[in-house]
Write a protein that binds this ligand. Structure first.
Ligand SMILES: O=P(O)(O)OC[C@@H](O)[C@@H](O)c1c[nH]c2ccccc12
Length: 261
């Protein structure tokens, strides 16, 4: 079994448990359910840098990235840096994140927040909304076309933006549909952890122009962004490069300053 299969299997158990503990009706009572969401896709369209900065404590590929930060500081730092949005890992077992991290980020900044999660059930979209997300991630590698359609349409009904993540042509072909806002190409193969920016370059021409193109993972310098921009990418999802430093907000500030020079 590859790591993605393992994560998904655990996620199904976790979601079943959560569902039995907290009914949807209770989630819907969150004041955040009434909050006006902010569109990450719009922010990216109107930005020259297009940075989406991630909060990530650890990952199965890198183990610990940074355990000494608090979400408040990271969120405020990213906002001050002028990023277009923040991604918050909410998976606990493999990434050391939580829904509480999302809630704390929500309380600390006004950026559009992406719930970075392995979504396999509509219930998780209601959670995302209740904990202050503006955007959800759908990973094509773990979903059927019917599920992508069902989840993305449901997300839109909650006023959430949808970022659909692919890693190859087959995943891309099965996923294209009008209920998506952003198409993300993950440069990291989630089954093997191999990283290559070539993945973004190869797939770019196959993504219709009505979607905002986002390149994800393994972006560690300005050169990578300059390399990807000519391929039509307007969004760049960066985690480790900022999170491995003592002050991710400051790192993002420097990064964006240099990028926009
Ligand atoms: O830390 P990096 O290499 O900059 O990557 C960030 C982000 O792209 C990565 O965390 C990610 C992309 N897709 C995912 C799906 C699940 C978990 C994590 C991810």
């Amino acid at each position: 079994m590859n790591i993605l299969d393992k994560i998904t299997l655990d996620k199904r158990k976790e979601v079943a448990l959560r569902k039995s503990l907290i009914p949807i009706s209770q989630l819907e009572q969150s004041v955040l359910f009434e909050r006006q969401t902010v569109s990450l896709a719009n922010n990216l369209r109107n930005s020259t840098s297009g940075i989406i900065a991630e909060h990530k404590r650890r990952s199965p590929s890198k183990s610990i990235i940074n355990n000494n930060l608090n979400v408040q500081d990271v969120a405020k730092g990213y906002e001050n840096a002028g990023v277009c949005g923040m991604s918050v890992l909410t998976d606990g077992k493999y990434f050391g994140g939580s829904l509480d991290d999302l809630l704390t980020a929500r309380a600390s900044c006004n950026l559009p927040l992406l719930r970075k999660e392995f979504i396999i059930d509509e219930y998780q979209l209601i959670e995302a909304k209740a904990y202050g997300a503006d955007v959800i991630l759908l990973i094509a590698a773990i979903l059927t076309r019917d599920e992508i359609k069902q989840f993305s349409e449901f997300a839109k009904s909650l006023n959430l933006d949808v970022l659909l993540e692919v890693h190859n042509e087959e995943e891309l072909n099965k996923s294209i549909m009008p209920s998506l806002d952003m198409l993300g190409v993950n440069n990291r193969n989630l089954k093997t952890f191999d990283v290559s920016l070539e993945t973004s370059k190869t797939l770019s021409s196959l993504i219709p122009n009505d979607f905002v193109k986002v390149s994800e993972s393994g972006i560690s310098n300005i050169e990578a962004i300059k390399e990807l921009q000519p391929y039509g990418y307007q969004g760049f999802l960066i985690g480790e490069n900022f999170m491995k430093t003592d002050n991710p907000g400051e790192s993002a500030t420097e990064f964006i300053k240099t990028l926009e020079q």
